[in-house]
Design a protein around this ligand. Structure first.
Ligand SMILES: *Cc1c(COP(=O)(O)O)cnc(C)c1O
Length: 416
């Protein structure tokens, strides 16, 4: 495929790896142009929740595509967007009364950051500082990169990134995290943005609901807006609809994307509290929320999201999530004593581990070698450096899970 003009994301074309073409997908399986069946063990980059090509979602897309394809969303509306907003209001925390649409997780984060600063600006208070957690990932647009971890991924773009305050990841010593957060909030921070319970791209790092609850309480005590980036953790991934639920946390702003359409089409929302809406609500147009993109609330994407919400209402999704979590626990137990596997951990439907010793970085050779190894074994796993994680669609069957874990065990054998 070296004659293809396509430039792939997060791909070093100079390494010369073949880029497989996929023709079709169903449930947890991808079918390639060269006739292979590949198990999608990472839900096509964390988006596919129920499984590929869920019939309800595909039907909704088909039907909507014959009725209304696209509509300007400034000052106009359509039923699929209204249905998504109503559906979200029904299942998301009551205090999140407003739904703003965008197209991706990154843009939902940009929107949350702009709403937070807009809130303070419109109230005439000079609070502008954003606080973030070390090792976080919030997306690849400039604002989302600014609030994420700095490193090889964004070093060349550092001049474009704005300055933020950082609290440490609450690993061994959560008190240090809480103390730094307390100082920043007391100093008048505008907002704190965090991935609840699980830092995804930062390496599938898990922290406790207690710490999450304490961080939320600290922000609340100082009026610092609490932004929950549930782009990855939302839609059942961590065992509950939202990770925040496990800590009884209600954020001021909530970012959702990935599983919002069940993983079928790009769409995102930022949900906001009434206070944030109120700060923008005015007869004065200069206080409007100035943000849009051409495809805001695209009707076909919204129809897919409405179908996803219907699946959550009508199908036993949380039972499936619970069962997948239990099956993952059983599978990971077999790896617990492997000498080449360390830091085995689970958060809901996600299992992660370090393979081949803890000193490999994202750029070490191990990552690409593992990627090829798994691909040749018929499993789509995409390690973060030497962090191997399994995040399958909820419909995956035991035979496929067995294959995934057998491939991981074999990779560990080869690297021990
Ligand atoms: C994936 C991700 C994003 C970015 O979402 P995109 O749709 O890729 O822009 C933001 N935050 C978190 C926590 C994510 O995992």
């Amino acid at each position: 495929m070296s004659d293809s003009p396509v430039w792939h994301p997060f791909t070093q074309h100079g390494l010369g790896d073949a880029i497989p073409a996929v023709l079709r997908a169903e449930g947890a399986a991808l079918f390639t142009a060269d006739g292979r069946r590949i198990i999608d063990a990472i839900s096509s980059w964390w988006v596919t929740t129920h499984g590929h090509c869920h019939p309800r979602i595909m039907a909704a897309i088909r039907e909507q595509s014959e009725r209304l394809d696209q509509l300007i969303f400034a000052g106009w509306t359509h039923e699929p967007a209204e249905a998504v907003a109503r559906g979200l209001r029904a299942i998301m925390p009551d205090a999140l009364t407003r739904v703003f649409f965008s197209d991706s997780g990154s843009t939902s984060v940009e929107v949350a950051l702009k709403m937070a600063l807009g809130f303070w600006a419109n109230r005439g208070e000079a609070r502008q500082r954003i606080v973030v957690m070390d090792r976080s990932y919030h997306g690849d647009t400039i604002g989302a990169m600014s609030v994420g971890a700095r490193g090889v991924f964004n070093a060349p773009y550092a001049p474009l990134l704005f300055d933020v305050s950082r609290v440490p990841f609450p690993a061994g010593d959560p008190q240090a995290t809480l103390d730094v957060l307390e100082a920043e909030c007391a100093g008048g921070a505008a907002a704190f943005i965090v991935e609840p319970l699980l830092l995804g791209a930062g390496g599938m790092l898990v922290y406790s609901p207690e710490v999450l609850a304490q961080m939320r309480a600290i922000c609340g005590a100082h009026g610092t807006l609490f932004i929950a980036d549930e782009v990855m953790t939302g839609w059942g991934r961590t065992g509950t609809l939202l990770a925040c639920e496990q800590a009884d946390v209600v954020p001021d702003l909530l970012c959702l994307s990935k599983g919002l359409t069940g993983g079928a089409l790009p769409l995102a929302v930022t949900m906001a509290s009434e206070a944030i809406w109120d700060a923008h609500y005015s007869q004065d147009r200069s206080r409007s929320f100035f943000h849009s993109s051409s495809y805001t609330a695209n009707p076909i994407a919204c129809a897919a999201a409405a179908a996803n919400l219907a699946i959550w209402r009508k199908e036993p999704v949380l039972d499936r999530v619970e069962q997948l979590a239990a099956r993952q626990t059983r599978q990971m137990a077999a790896l617990a004593s492997h000498p080449a596997i360390a830091s085995l951990r689970q958060c809901g439907t996600i299992v992660a581990m370090e393979l081949g010793g803890g000193d490999a970085t994202y750029l070490s050779d191990l990552g690409p070698r593992l990627l090829r190894y798994f691909r040749d074994a018929g499993v789509l796993l995409r390690p973060l450096g030497n962090t191997v994680y399994v995040m399958p669609p909820y419909c995956i069957d035991d035979a496929d899970l067995d294959t995934i874990y057998a491939a991981i065990a074999a990779a560990a054998d080869a690297h021990s």
